[in-house]
Design a binder for this molecule. Sequence first.
Ligand code: IFM
Length: 451
Amino acid sequence: MSQTVYFPDGFVWGTATAAYQIEGAWDENGRGLSVWDTFCRQPGKVRHGDTGDVAADHYHRWREDVGLMAELGLKAYRFSVSWPRIIPAGSGSVNPAGLDFYDRLVDELLARGIEPFVTLFHWDLPQVLQDRGGWPNRDTVYHFAEYARVVGQRLGDRVTCWITHNEPFVVAILGYFLGEHAPGLQDPVAAFQTGHHLLLSHGYAVEALRGVTDRPLQVGITLNLRPVHPASDTEADRQAARRLDGVLNRIFLDPLLRGRYPADVQTLLGPVFPVLEPGDLTRIAVPIDFLGINYYSRTVARHDPDYPLIQAVQTHPEGNEYSQMWEIYPEGIYELLTRVREEYDPARIYITENGIPVPDGLDFDGRVRDERRIRYLRNHLFHIHRAIEAGVPVEGYFVWSFSDNFEWAYGYDMRFGIVYVDYETQQRTVKDSGRWYAEVILRNGLADGLQ
Ligand code: IFM
């Protein structure tokens, strides 16, 4: 039986993107190089040798994009600022043209009644800073705080909602441990030091942002979190799940919201546990206004004595439903949200990303019939609604992503948008999921429950 569920009044309905994934214009108007410009040019790192050089050409088409957002009735838009567009060498001189671009974007959004949510770092570290050691170098922390201050000073009179970092786990582990993302290193010491420095720079950036204006800003950080389940009921797999939960979730949640690293993670990491300086934990645990959560899937963990350090691997049990990248597990978002509420009790939560890659395309009549995406979004929203009913303070939801874009090491093979992008012509087409989402926003609810 279908069931209509309504979200709380004022619920923030949005979509999200990131600078490198959509903007293009990689060498225009004074932008410096980022680690992703360099990484994409290394043979074999990104599928088909794709780059973000042009991407969805949002740098030139931002006004049209904001127009589409308005048509869909979006209440909010989460985008990231490109650090190398603002401070091309990572520290030192500011590029006025970079600031002007985001200034105009913010004005246009506000003129259309769309609340900007600004992410300061979505992975595009200026290459010059990487050449000086990147995130494992503590100096990068202070450069990030300065960059936060510069952006805050320019936009803080109009932008209320700020996210310091997006998914520190991915930067640290995929970038510095597994080498699958820029800068492509495989160095566990550098990886965990990166994780710590990202959190520390968050603390400094929160302080910097609050110092730029008397307006009450809402500042938070976005983590990618997953429930971790054991592959079997054995003690070995249960312990493996606990270890993976430690390095995926608790290593970020605990310092941010409890002011300490989890003792079992510290023991597990032993010599690769990061170097801390006195006062770091206090700074990391600076009170935040909200926690951003990106949810896509869960992890199923199996004990593997051969896997370095963690002795656990992720398995993909047969019979479950998968997308092109992950298992589809909507009930996990309820489990995660209720756990975060119970164990960490953040003041408020935004689901800052949720979405699915679907190999969709234009049908002969010009429509994109991405039913699978609609089903994915609907089912996740249904479980988010359950969590809200159970008392979890979720105040908004951002679909990943507004438009198809550059999906990092997968290049343009993955399409996450609710707006289709023809990369030849850069023509935009609202997918069926986009129209469906517009109805959800209008209704402030789901007319057709779980499917
Ligand atoms: O495209 C990414 C985004 O940059 C960060 N979160 C996950 C998305 C899908 O992989």
